[in-house]
Design a protein around this ligand. Structure first.
Ligand code: FES
Ligand code: FES
Length: 152
């Protein structure tokens, strides 16, 4: 697979998750292991530009695909997170940023949200679209402000 622009050849057992392959085999510890069961979003990466939970994906399924982790991201959201104090412990941050990049692309592509659209990508929409990413410390409002700033 291609990871952050580099072609990586991995020899992994069929049961190895993409998250473990990235963290343990390639040393990319940006994607975090939170729940390891698809509930927290800390492990979010982009696969061909689409956000996925790497803990729920098998590495072998992504043979030949293009994976982007936080280490391969250069996006205005990163500075917006700093400006808006969107990180406290920072544990959820890589997943929040990768997820927000994917979310903005989904919105641009016209993918619907469970929240009816009133006026563009408003706060209720952002909260719903980012609901797969949990922040367990006090940074959540800063995260929302950072995403609002970049999407607005
Ligand atoms: S570690 Fe993947 S969703 Fe929590
Ligand atoms: S910044 Fe601490 S869990 Fe989100």
């Amino acid at each position: 697979m291609k990871v952050n622009g580099s072609v990586e050849s991995l020899d992994v057992e069929p049961w190895v998750s993409l998250l473990d392959a990235l963290r343990e085999r390639l040393g990319l510890t940006g994607p975090k292991k939170g729940c390891d069961q698809g509930a927290c979003g800390a492990c979010t990466v982009l696969a061909d530009g689409v956000r996925i939970n790497a803990c729920l994906a098998l590495a072998v399924q992504y043979d030949g695909r293009e994976i982007t982790t936080i280490e391969g991201v250069a996006h205005p959201l990163q500075e917006a997170f700093v400006r808006n104090d969107g990180l406290q412990c920072g544990y959820c941050t890589p997943g929040q940023i990768c997820s927000a990049i994917g979310m903005l692309a989904e919105y641009e592509a016209g993918m619907p949200s469970a929240v009816p659209e009133s006026s563009g990508l408003d706060e209720a929409q952002i909260r719903e679209r980012m609901s797969g990413n949990l922040c367990r410390c006090g940074a959540y409002n800063g995260i929302m402000d950072a995403i609002k700033e970049v999407s607005g």
